[in-house]
Design a protein around this ligand. Structure first.
Ligand code: CMP
Length: 152
């Protein structure tokens, strides 16, 4: 119910269903040379790439991005992974972008993510699970603002 109310509020505030979201390809995507395939899947689904940038995430940026996970047992490993090499930052546009992208990306744990999703098809590690996608329009704005001065 909270989720429905939040989505309705987001629709009211923006005047329409959210159309932009934030995502980044984790270092694993570049290391295993599937960055192109992931971007191709996103484009084929219908997303427009509005911003795209190769970036080395600093530990400070990673800790800000994942602040809600601070103190959890996987936090250090997660920060270590996303700072281990370049990532591909992006802002994507498409109808109902936040929810659609989360479905295309699949469940957090690639071992249980559905086949056909990015994580279900391309990864096995919960930490190096290929791609991060914001889980709400509010978080997409917050997360995008860490890396893109103009935000979403
Ligand atoms: P991401 O979409 O980047 O958002 C938070 C990340 O934390 C998530 O993908 C996983 O990589 C990681 N994560 C979440 N839950 C766990 C867990 N139980 N064990 C290890 N890593 C996790």
């Amino acid at each position: 119910m909270d989720c429905l109310l939040r989505k309705e509020r987001e629709r009211t505030l923006s005047g329409q269903s959210n159309t932009k979201t934030f995502a980044f390809l984790k270092p694993e995507a570049l290391q295993s040379k599937v960055a192109g395939e992931v971007l191709s899947r996103l484009e084929k689904k219908g997303f427009s790439i509005k911003q795209l940038r190769l970036h080395n995430i600093s530990r400070k940026e990673a800790e800000t991005l994942y602040t809600v996970h601070k103190g959890k047992p996987f936090f250090q490993e997660l920060v270590d992974h996303v700072t281990s090499g370049p990532v591909v930052l992006m802002i994507l546009e498409g109808s109902n972008a936040v929810d659609v992208l989360r479905r295309v990306v699949g469940a957090t744990n690639p071992q249980t993510a559905e086949p056909g999703t990015i994580r279900g098809d391309l990864s096995l590690s919960i930490t190096a699970n290929m791609i991060h996608a914001s889980d709400s329009a509010e978080n997409a704005k917050k997360e995008a603002s860490i890396f893109f001065h103009d935000g979403i």
